[in-house]
Design a protein around this ligand. Structure first.
Ligand code: JB3
Length: 222
């Protein structure tokens, strides 16, 4: 268990990924107060109907500076990203500018090597494994049950979807999305801002800015 010690944390966003992060926080019991932040007033009203987050709603994005001054010291991006990290990037710069502390959140069931290096804002979900020598860039998501084998290099704002397997020494560029259940052979390099479709088997390097999928994984769109 390695959650940063802080009393109060705001989760920005209120959808499916927020549910996952909230559950990890509740299971690890590391924060005294958890708040959820909706995008705007309309979104706030929508989330009031969500039985999972409704009890935690404390405001909207426009309230963040005030909440910071009221002792909400930490914040965490909980918008997921399926191939488009722009929302996560925007929120990341907002909370950084205000001065929130941004923790790394690891589910108690995950196994993360003490000799792995995780950036700020990283989420490691249930039963995920991050092995020795890995570097995980800031604000990346290692989702449920993903296996990141030894010495992988994962850049910032990457999403490794549930059940994916990265064999050793794989490198993944910034903002790339690896679809659920994909297998990436050892030493493969995948570029930045690319999208690997769910269930792909990647056995050759993949360049920047492409969509690729299949077994064997092939580029289908530049
Ligand atoms: O793949 C898995 C296991 N999970 C997916 C996750 C990674 O991404 C999940 O199945 C979803 O497909 C997706 O979850 P996410 O991003 O939570 O999507 P959604 O359920 O659509 O919720 C997005 C929430 O973020 C909505 O409540 C939006 O209103 C909110 N949101 C979007 N932009 C924002 C902003 N909230 C705030 N506070 N500020 C924003 O700028």
């Amino acid at each position: 268990m390695s959650l940063e010690i802080s009393k109060n944390i705001l989760l920005i966003g209120g959808g499916g990924h927020c549910h996952s992060v909230l559950d990890t926080l509740l299971r690890s019991d590391s924060y005294e107060k958890i708040g959820v932040i909706a995008k705007d007033a309309d979104n706030y009203r929508e989330l009031e109907a969500d039985s999972i987050v409704s009890n935690y709603l404390v405001g909207i994005d426009a309230d963040l500076s005030v909440l910071f001054s009221e002792h909400w010291g930490s914040a965490f991006i909980t918008l997921g990203s399926i191939g488009d990290p722009s929302g996560r990037k925007h929120i990341g710069s907002v909370i950084q500018e205000i001065g929130f502390s941004i923790p790394t959140i690891i589910d108690p069931s995950a196994i993360v090597s003490e000799q792995a290096n995780l950036g700020v804002g990283v989420f490691v979900g249930k039963n995920a494994i991050v092995n020795i020598g890995c570097r995980i860039g800031s604000h990346s998501i290692i989702n449920t049950g993903a296996i990141i084998e030894h010495d992988c290099r994962i850049n910032d704002f990457v999403h490794i979807s549930p059940g994916s397997l990265l064999c050793g020494s794989v490198s993944i560029g910034e903002e790339t999305h690896i679809g659920a259940g994909s297998v990436i052979r050892q030493c493969i390099r995948i570029g930045k801002n690319s999208l690997i479709g769910a269930g792909s088997v990647v056995v050759t390097d993949i360049p920047d800015h492409v969509t690729a999928y299949g077994n064997p994984c092939k580029v289908i769109e530049q």
